[in-house]
Design a protein around this ligand. Structure first.
Ligand SMILES: Cc1ncc(COP(=O)(O)O)c(C=O)c1O
Length: 402
């Protein structure tokens, strides 16, 4: 009997990858950082490399207070909790981290998960059940789709950032059915922001609850860094905000904040919260310290906007095609004509001493290959200048620009 190989479904991807590597290209998905010197510089292949693809938006990973808090917690509480939040895995540090989040967002409730992925997985699958509807932007992050897959609700996607499409979908649903509209503040592939004000208004008019994933805007966008919901003045109308510690906060972990009066029950019914170990004490200590410092980071936010504008204008001037006409966030996506050229450009940049993210389908919208740049508040003006010079040299050597 022929034994079916469960891996045969991956053959097309294995072949595509092998063909790319046969051309002599470095594997863009297997880069090792031998040493990380700061939020903006690492040593890769023995070479000083500027980091422009780490989502370390606010540069908190080497903040002396953050690092000291982590070391202290490691000494005082040990290396891990070895338990779920609902058993032996809630330490004083987890509560302190949730208090920091409540203060940061000025909200009543905060729940910390082990990753942002798990926060989406848990909250979405738990609150939208059988007979409910989840209405989501088609370009939503994988963790949102996986949250939908884990639950039993009906999924209704709508065209990216299209308010009318959202309204039309909502109008077709039974008025009495439970509805959860899931949106993102910043979409991480192209770095574009959502028209949340209009979307939240049509969602509320249709009786839907709204969840906004602010993974890529926390710490940076909005007067207090609360995200696009804050910047567009509708944060009080959002029922649930999801976020991560793996970007502006500078460590690992995820969370949901909310003013819903029954929110705390999620701690008992949300499987990705209950059936997994909690974050180590050192991680929640670094997160809490970082979140509190982010409250008071208006100067860094202003500098990050300057960096974003400078890089966007410079790349445009060089002749690159970008994901947005204007800089809308700290992500600037450079659109490549195809995967081969994208991989060649990625490697040429690495040789110049610059690391960016190569993004390809299915993670990208419309089958695009992208070189995604994520800026940091600690990139200096000189570094942004260096980055532009590297893009010019790599772009010319690969024929991306003339
Ligand atoms: C929009 C969005 N949501 C959630 C996540 C998951 O965050 P984490 O890295 O904490 O799992 C990401 C991470 O890439 C993201 O981009």
């Amino acid at each position: 009997m022929l034994v079916p190989d469960l891996f045969s479904k991956f053959d097309p991807l294995i072949e595509q990858r092998a063909a790319l590597l046969e051309t002599g290209l470095t594997d863009p998905f297997n880069l090792v950082m031998e040493k990380v010197e700061s939020p903006t510089v690492a040593i890769c292949n023995g070479k000083r490399t500027i980091l422009l693809g780490t989502y370390n938006y606010m540069g908190m990973t080497f903040d002396s207070d953050v690092v000291a808090a982590g070391k202290r917690a490691l000494d005082e509480f040990g290396s891990g909790t070895t338990g779920s939040r609902v058993l032996n895995g809630t330490y004083a540090g987890h509560k302190a981290c949730e208090d920091a989040l409540k203060d940061f967002y000025a909200m009543d409730h905060a729940m910390v998960f082990s990753t942002g992925y798990q926060a989406n997985l848990g909250v979405i699958s738990t609150i939208a059940g059988k007979d409910d509807y989840i209405i989501l932007d088609i370009d939503s992050h994988a963790s949102i789709y996986d949250g939908c897959a884990l639950g039993n609700a009906q999924i209704v996607p709508f065209r990216h950032n299209d308010v009318e499409a959202l309204e039309k979908r909502l109008r077709r649903l039974p008025p009495e059915a439970g509805k959860l509209v899931v949106l993102e503040g910043v979409y991480s592939m192209l770095g574009d922001i959502a028209p949340l004000k209009e979307m939240v208004a049509v969602s509320k008019a249709a009786g839907a609850m709204v969840l906004v994933d602010e993974a890529h805007s926390m710490g940076f966008i909005g007067e207090h860094g609360r995200g696009v919901s804050e910047a567009q003045g509708i944060i009080d109308d959002v029922d649930f905000i999801i976020g991560t510690f793996s970007k502006s906060v500078g460590t690992v972990g995820g969370f949901c904040v909310s003013n819903h009066p029954k929110f705390e029950i999620l701690r008992l019914v949300c499987r990705p919260y209950v059936f997994t170990a909690s974050l180590p004490p050192s991680v929640v200590a670094t997160a809490a310290t970082s979140i509190r410092k982010l409250m008071d980071s208006a100067d860094k936010r202003a500098h990050l906007w300057e960096n974003s504008k400078r890089l966007h204008a410079g790349l445009r001037q060089l002749g690159f095609k970008l994901g947005t006409d204007e800089p809308q966030s700290a992500i600037i996506a450079v659109i490549m004509p195809d995967l081969e050229t994208g991989a060649a450009m990625w490697e040429a940049l690495l040789h110049e001493g610059l690391y960016v993210n190569l993004a390809r389908p299915p993670a990208t919208p419309a089958n695009m290959t992208l070189l995604r740049c994520s800026l940091c508040a600690l990139h200096s003006e000189e570094q942004v200048g260096e980055i532009l010079q590297m893009f010019a040299a790599a772009g010319r050597s690969t024929g991306c620009i003339s």
